[in-house]
Design a protein around this ligand. Structure first.
Ligand code: SAM
Length: 335
């Protein structure tokens, strides 16, 4: 009989998985991807450029190569064309803020045991000065933009509009999704809501993309805002549901229904898990991420999302996978 070592391999790989993250975070901190985007180089040349020890850097570069993040040819390291858009600013789909955000979350993840014992985050009550909060918001929104830009491309493809609709984006974050629709359809108008500091970021994006006149911005808790009834063709709630406990989701779904015109669509994008909640892995981990970082956030199963939509009065409920483990849940307001 051949020995099956796959359980041992699984144990080794999962218990050391954070080594891989640390290699990635360190490469980003050393600005290696930007340096490699300009020019291929040997470990010695790159060490000079990023001010590192050549032997130590070679080990890091070899690990990055083994991870498939960079390439190596004839002793020179290079940034493969398929990674370039995602790992460099000039690439246009830069995810470096999203990677840095993952590193930022590591501190709370290191206290997972306490959170699991207590059922709550460890350090939620710490007083954060306002200036520091604004810096954190900027970083968080840049991280969201990195992920959302990838998902938004597919959303626009999978949920096309006629081109003259009014959309409402609740908890819009940097506005990646509604901006994508505005850029794609010159006749679409958007309303969007988020807190003050976030809306300042949205305004900046709208100015850069020359979309300012086509969006109405609402500042503050969207649950307190009276949007006009029966007005919007599409209401979007993306990665907001997982912030709220079950009993607070239903009023938000009802608010969306009220704002929609009869026949309009409610799009809920989130990291829903399937059936018994054990798939996909990202969705299961994301629920723990909400445990260590928020008071009441949690991930939902697709069935829970469907049931809440039904309870809020939506019909023709359907789901559609999106990239990066997101799922789009769609319900219609009866005509
Ligand atoms: C995880 S982000 C998602 C952003 C964006 N919808 C996306 O999917 O890329 C959640 C956003 O919802 C906003 N948000 C959550 N609850 C809110 C509320 N009650 N009123 C206004 N904004 C809210 C947060 O400020 C944050 O910008």
């Amino acid at each position: 009989m051949i020995n099956d070592f796959s359980p041992a391999r699984k144990i080794k790989e999962i218990s050391s998985a954070y080594w891989q993250s640390q290699v990635f975070f360190t490469a980003l901190r050393l600005n290696l991807f930007e340096v490699l985007a300009r020019k291929d180089g040997s470990a010695v040349e790159l060490a000079r450029e990023v001010q590192a020890d050549p032997d130590a850097l070679e080990r890091l570069l070899d690990s990055l190569t083994a991870l498939g993040l960079i390439g190596k040819s004839g002793g020179n390291y290079l940034l493969p064309p398929e990674m370039r858009p995602f790992l460099t600013v000039q690439g246009g789909r830069d995810m470096s803020a999203s990677i840095a955000h993952m590193e930022h979350l590591a501190a709370n993840w290191s206290r997972l045991e306490t959170s699991v014992r207590r059922g709550e985050p460890v350090s939620y009550d710490e007083e954060i000065p306002e200036a520091e909060l604004r810096v954190r918001t900027e970083k968080f929104m840049a991280a969201i933009e990195g992920y959302a830009a990838v998902v938004a491309e597919d959303l626009v493809r999978l949920f096309p509009l006629k081109g003259n609709e009014k959309i409402l984006d609740l908890g819009c974050g940097p506005g990646t999704y509604f901006r994508k629709y505005l850029n794609h359809y010159p006749g679409v108008h958007a309303a969007a809501a988020d807190v003050d500091d976030v809306m300042a970021i949205v305004e900046r994006h709208l100015q850069t993309e020359q979309l300012t006149g086509r969006a109405t911005l609402h500042r503050g808790d969207f649950r307190e805002i009276s949007f006009p009834d029966n007005q919007y063709d599409v209401v979007l709630l993306s990665n907001v549901m997982h912030i709220y406990p079950h009993e607070e989701v239903l009023p938000i779904f009802r608010q969306a229904r009220q704002a929609l015109r009869p026949g309009g669509s409610f799009l809920v994008n989130d990291f829903f898990t399937e059936e018994d909640g054990t798939r996909p892995l990202w969705g299961t981990l994301f629920s723990l991420n909400m445990l260590v970082n928020t008071v009441a956030g949690r991930n939902y199963r697709l069935q829970e999302g469907r049931a809440l939509l039904k309870e809020a009065g939506f019909t023709r409920i359907r789901s559609q996978p999106l990239p990066l483990d997101s799922t789009l849940l769609v319900g219609e307001k009866p005509a």
